[in-house]
Design a protein around this ligand. Structure first.
Ligand code: C2O
Ligand code: CU
Length: 463
């Protein structure tokens, strides 16, 4: 199967043989300071193919380099913008000082072409996070500006190998270039967002992980796609979830190996490899009734150990886990309206009430509480320490991945875990609860990036 037929088939197919190579981005380094340069260039998603794809990337790698920083210590990440357009970097899921949150026009000025910005912060919580552009995200992210950030525990569970699995979704054209003509298409924005036709893991088509029978691996899974919800299946029966969106949970075994990650969401697993030597154990993406292998464990011919490890796999609690919600909380209703097949016929945009035709003229099709796009006034403004219950009513026929900057919240639909990004299916309701203890201006938006661009964006203030 050549690459064109990949595109035609609509999704990635497992490529035979090993495509494993050491990406510069996946090197194991732990510096106190880092440099990230965003630029345009060419990248090969399939190393066997000579033709390359025009992208935007960090340090010429897709995804950008895996940044590993220590928990509770200050790190500096120097961002150089070598693009021909302004940009910024947001550290998704990190509870850091507001000025470092990377939202242009709200927490910092745009980083103009040729400029440098130092991101300097101390992450309180260990875990798996990511970083991505927060400027014209629907375009810059679709072209590749994202990477993985790991905040390392001082006492991680003992594993034989620690892997990143960053799954992404790309829309390619027949020339194997990213389809930029359809960027900004209102049809995508009013439906489920931009869906691609090529799935990569760590920037590779058909990524393989070499493991041995009896090995214990940590598997850090991230969905860094613009809009595709990924339903994935791991075909190793001993796979346990140990963290969600970076925060430790009481470990539990995956049911039938199934795990769903909405855009922006992460999950760390501990997998004890039980497949036999010289076999292949695929990791599959499920789309409706179709199964697409997107990566695989290649079990080599060694046996690591006959008896599986039985040391504890639970992660040490993060400070985030210490959250205690009071009985009294400030209730903030958040109604989500709009989208294709919706009933929305008007909304306020930039202070003006507009009918649906004018909204579409302005590329707006979604509204929070009847307001499309970033309002001038915050959704709420509270004193530091106020307990918030954001009561979401997803009153439309589309799924949405609701992300709150700078916080982890308890979702009343799943109170045993903390999240920074929560999936709501059509017509679903749920409350996201947290203590507003970090001062500043913070965004709330849908992480289907096309929805964010076309209305699903608001903010709150903690003083
Ligand atoms: Cu990962 Cu404002 O987003
Ligand atoms: Cu959405």
């Amino acid at each position: 199967m050549d690459r064109r037929s990949f595109v035609k088939a609509g999704c990635a197919t497992l490529v035979g043989g090993s495509l494993l190579r050491s990406l510069p981005g996946l090197a194991n380094v732990t510096p106190a300071s880092y440099e990230l340069t965003a630029s345009e260039g060419v990248f090969s998603f399939d190393p066997k193919q000579p033709d390359a794809t025009r992208v935007m990337f960090y340090n010429q790698s897709i995804p950008g380099p895996v940044i590993k920083i220590p928990q509770g210590k200050e790190s500096v990440i120097q961002f150089h913008n070598a693009l021909e357009e302004p940009s910024s970097i947001h550290w998704h899921g990190l509870r850091i000082v507001n000025a470092m949150d990377g939202v242009p026009g709200m927490t910092q000025a745009l980083v103009q072409p040729g400029e440098t910005f130092d991101y300097r912060f101390t992450p309180p919580d260990a875990g798996t996070y990511w970083y991505h552009t927060h400027q014209r995200t629907w375009g810059q992210l679709a072209l590749g500006l994202a990477g993985v950030l790991i905040v390392e525990e001082s006492h991680p569970p003992q594993v034989d190998q620690d892997f990143v699995f960053a799954v992404d979704d790309w829309r390619f054209n027949q020339e194997m270039q990213i389809d930029t003509e359809s960027l900004g298409a209102m049809h995508d924005w009013s439906h489920g967002g931009r869906m691609g036709n090529m799935i990569t893991v760590n920037g590779q088509i058909g990524k393989t992980y070499t493991v041995s029978k009896g090995q214990r691996i940590r598997f850090r899974m991230l969905n860094i796609a613009n809009s595709r919800i990924m339903a994935l299946r791991i075909n190793e029966p001993q796979a346990s979830v140990i963290s969600i969106d970076g925060q430790p949970v009481k470990p539990y075994l995956l049911k039938s190996g199934l795990i769903t990650l909405a855009p922006g969401q992460r999950s760390d697993l501990i997998i004890d490899i039980t497949s036999d030597p010289d076999s292949i154990s695929p990791i599959e993406l499920l789309i409706k009734d179709q199964v697409y292998p997107v990566a695989s464990f290649e079990i080599d011919n060694k046996i690591q150990r006959e008896q599986l490890l039985d040391s504890p796999i639970a992660l040490p609690d993060n400070p985030a886990n210490k959250i205690v919600l009071p009985a009294e909380m400030k209730n903030i209703p958040l109604h989500i309206g709009g989208g294709a097949m919706g009933r929305m016929n008007k909304a306020i945009f930039q202070g003006k009430e507009m009918g649906i035709k004018d909204l579409i003229q302005n590329k707006q099709i979604w509204a929070f509480n009847g307001v499309a796009g970033l309002p001038e006034k915050p959704l709420f403004s509270v004193k530091r320490g106020t307990a918030i219950s954001l009561n979401i009513d997803n009153d439309n026929v589309w799924p949405h991945a609701m992300h709150i900057h700078g916080y982890h919240f308890i979702d009343d639909r799943n109170p045993g875990e903390l999240r920074d990004t929560a999936l709501f299916t059509r017509q679903e309701k749920g409350s996201l609860m947290f203590i507003a203890d970090n001062p500043g201006k913070w965004l709330i938006h849908c992480h289907m990036i096309e929805h964010q661009a076309s209305g699903m964006l608001t903010w709150f203030e903690v003083v």
